[in-house]
Design a protein around this ligand. Structure first.
Ligand SMILES: Cc1cc2nc3c(=O)[nH]c(=O)nc-3n(C[C@H](O)[C@H](O)[C@H](O)COP(=O)(O)O)c2cc1C
Length: 181
């Protein structure tokens, strides 16, 4: 099972990247591709830029193809001022010009984390509520609050056993999907 995992942020030391990677590693036998949104940085989307290019930006096509080539996607959202990071939203906007179903009906696990007690729940709720519009076969979602209290940075794993078992339950849903597809 090919899992595409990424953090919806452009932080170089992203806590969401750590969470997404950890989650992907819980999927038994998964072939993990962990991508960095910095590799998909494009000018801010505008209809004029799209017209000037005569189509979508090639990096948007590459991002779309990465999703298309995966059996399942794990995305972990960073929250900036209650919403998506500009980095993710820009890639999402460009890619939606190829196909509004950006996630191409793939099974998706949506996570979010922040250092504070809110756990980036606001951005996660927005992403979950709009999932149906964007070709997301949502298999589950989890907000992880107070990241540095619950995640062992050295070991690269959740040290909170309750959260770890919740996450394992969700990754099991992805495994199940792979088994039936
Ligand atoms: C511009 C900006 C806005 C932020 N807004 C929020 C917020 O609304 N809610 C929140 O929980 N954390 C917020 N944070 C803190 C982020 O959760 C924190 O930087 C986290 O590390 C981002 O995840 P990342 O490391 O995966 O990029 C904000 C940080 C920045 C730089």
């Amino acid at each position: 099972m090919k899992i595409l995992a990424f953090a919806a942020t452009n932080s170089k030391n992203s806590i969401n990247q750590q969470l997404a990677h950890y989650a992907a590693k819980q999927v038994t036998g998964a072939q993990i591709e962990l991508i960095d949104l910095n590799d998909y940085e494009m000018p801010i989307y505008s209809q004029e830029r799209e017209a000037e290019l005569g189509g979508v930006h090639p990096l948007a096509q590459q991002f779309y193809d990465k999703i298309g080539g995966a059996d399942a996607v794990i995305v972990s959202f960073a929250e900036h001022n209650g919403s998506y990071t500009a980095a993710y939203k820009n890639i999402f906007d460009w890619t939606s010009r190829i196909n509004m179903k950006v996630y191409q009906d793939k099974p998706v696990l949506m996570l979010a984390t922040s250092p504070g007690p809110g756990g980036a729940q606001s951005v996660l709720t927005g992403a979950v509520n709009s999932a149906g519009y964007f070709g997301i076969d949502l298999k589950g979602s989890l907000s992880v609050a107070s990241f540095y209290d619950v995640f062992d940075m050295e070991a690269g794993e959740l040290k909170d056993s309750g959260l770890a078992s919740q996450l394992t339950g969700l990754t099991a849903q992805l495994e199940h999907t792979a088994a039936v597809n």
